[in-house]
Ligand binder design. Structure first.
Ligand SMILES: Cc1cc2nc3c(=O)[nH]c(=O)nc-3n(C[C@H](O)[C@H](O)[C@H](O)COP(=O)(O)OP(=O)(O)OC[C@H]3O[C@@H](n4cnc5c(N)ncnc54)[C@H](O)[C@@H]3O)c2cc1C
Length: 409
């Protein structure tokens, strides 16, 4: 199917496919079983030039586009979901935030780490601040030439394996006056005060540690504060723009897993016989395949379009609305496609000897992490209506108390 890729993009896609098939696919089941971060795959991805491929050439990267990264992520995720996520984090998300808003010193540090195999961690979510990220209580207090960070984050991807951490915190000046929310770069192992508290026992994606981090008087030099053009006061939204690229990457991993499951399903219905004929001869199953592929193609097209898009003038990140729509659609479609592929395998789909049950566990995450499908729908609705849609009660009328007040009057 011609989806409008250039000859160079097709070559890159074929190269990623070959590498994923030969080197990464054989590792998928073992990574899931041992729950160990695949350092060998990281080396393979690094040698292929896929770690930090979107980093500009001036900083040692390949200056690849987000679409290039998407093409690689799909192929890698088809073979192994965890490995697909590593390519996302090494090209989109924290690294893109630093490359867009960082100082020279910060860009060089981040590029050097990623190009030598680091998958940076982005630290936003807290036990009491999930979708409501601005409710975070982690704080960064200015003390002389440094910020001192205290607080906890949980569900941090790469906890205990990532070196570079982009930590979001409420910022206070020397007089403890609030300045807004900012990002701070810290390298694990180089500063005291960054501790992994626990590892989450996850349903899927088991080779990628998700953990709780504690920051205990973590001292970050002021030069490592990531200050976006609008400053701390309005900068959080700017820094969060990077999530538009991360969302496209995450949606692509989900789509890649679904594409892999679909390939297994096609092969299976051709060869599995019941009632004296391949089960692929039953029209009910043919229509399932047609629906699966239709949703895959739609996901792919939306993700490609989102990867190619840019936000408002001057933005280096994908358009927020398109990225949100692509992630909602691709992640929800992927869950259904993988589930259908499992169904087509009958009992074998439910067996740990086949990859479908792993794929079903892995793919379930993508409507949650990086902005839930519900929160992203609110973002899309806000763009449709042209309204800010505050989710807190302030500004809303509490109908229940209005009714009781009216009754009392
Ligand atoms: C595998 C994995 C990896 C992750 N990696 C990272 C990471 O690296 N860094 C990081 O900072 N975070 C990470 N997260 C956290 C993730 O971003 C949060 O889980 C997500 O933002 C949702 O927050 P929550 O889990 O607290 O759910 P909650 O915010 O408590 O939401 C619970 C439910 O309520 C719904 N909901 C909440 N508010 C609204 C609303 N206003 N309107 C409609 N529905 C609403 C949600 O959609 C959800 O269904 C990760 C999560 C997972 C599962």
């Amino acid at each position: 199917m011609d989806l409008g890729l250039t000859p160079d993009e097709l070559v890159l896609q074929a190269r990623a496919r070959e590498l994923a098939e030969i080197v990464i696919r054989p590792r998928g089941a073992e990574i899931d079983r041992t729950e160990e971060y695949p350092w060998d795959v990281v080396s393979t991805l690094g040698e292929a030039g896929f770690m930090g491929m979107t980093i500009p050439r001036a900083y040692g990267g390949r200056g690849a586009s987000f679409l290039d990264a998407v093409l690689v992520i799909e192929e890698v995720a088809k073979a192994c979901t965890v490995s697909g996520r590593i390519v996302v984090e090494a090209n989109m998300g924290a690294i893109s935030t630093v490359m867009a808003y960082g100082s020279e010193q910060q860009k060089r540090l981040a590029a050097e780490l990623v190009l030598s195999g680091d998958k940076p961690a982005i630290c936003i979510t807290e036990p009491e601040a999930g979708s409501d990220a601005t409710a975070m209580t982690t704080r960064a207090d200015r003390r002389g030439g440094a910020y001192v960070i205290n607080g906890r984050k949980h569900w941090i991807t790469g906890a205990g394996v990532s070196k570079l951490h982009l930590i979001f915190a409420k910022v206070y000046d020397e007089q403890a006056q609030p300045l807004g929310i900012g990002g701070f770069l810290a390298v694990r192992g180089e500063a005291d005060g960054l501790r992994v508290v626990t590892r989450e026992p996850t349903m899927g994606l088991r080779g990628m540690p998700e953990g709780e981090l504690a920051f205990e008087d973590l001292e970050v030099p002021a030069a490592m504060a990531l200050i976006p053009p609008s400053g701390f006061a309005r900068g959080f939204a700017e820094l969060m723009n990077a999530y538009n690229s991360q969302r496209v990457g995450a949606g692509t991993v989900a789509m890649g897993v679904a594409a892999g499951a679909f390939e297994h399903a096609v092969e299976w219905v051709r060869s599995r016989e019941q009632f004296g004929r391949p089960i692929g001869e039953f029209q009910g199953l043919q229509w399932m395949l047609a629906d699966m592929q239709t949703h895959l193609t739609a996901s792919r097209l939306m993700l490609y379009a989102a990867a190619r898009s840019r936000g408002p003038a001057g933005s280096v990140f994908p358009d927020a609305e398109l990225a949100a729509q692509a992630k909602i659609f691709a992640s929800e479609a992927a869950i259904k496609i993988v589930n259908d592929a499992l169904q087509l395998h009958g009992a074998r789909g439910y067996s740990r000897d086949f990859p479908l049950e792993r794929m079903a566990r892995d793919v379930r995450m993508f409507t949650i992490g990086g902005g839930t499908a519900q929160v992203l729908r609110t973002l899309v609705a806000s763009k449709i209506l042209g309204w800010k849609l505050p989710q807190r009660r302030d500004g809303y009328v509490d109908l229940e108390s209005e009714t009781s007040r009216a009754a009392a009057e």
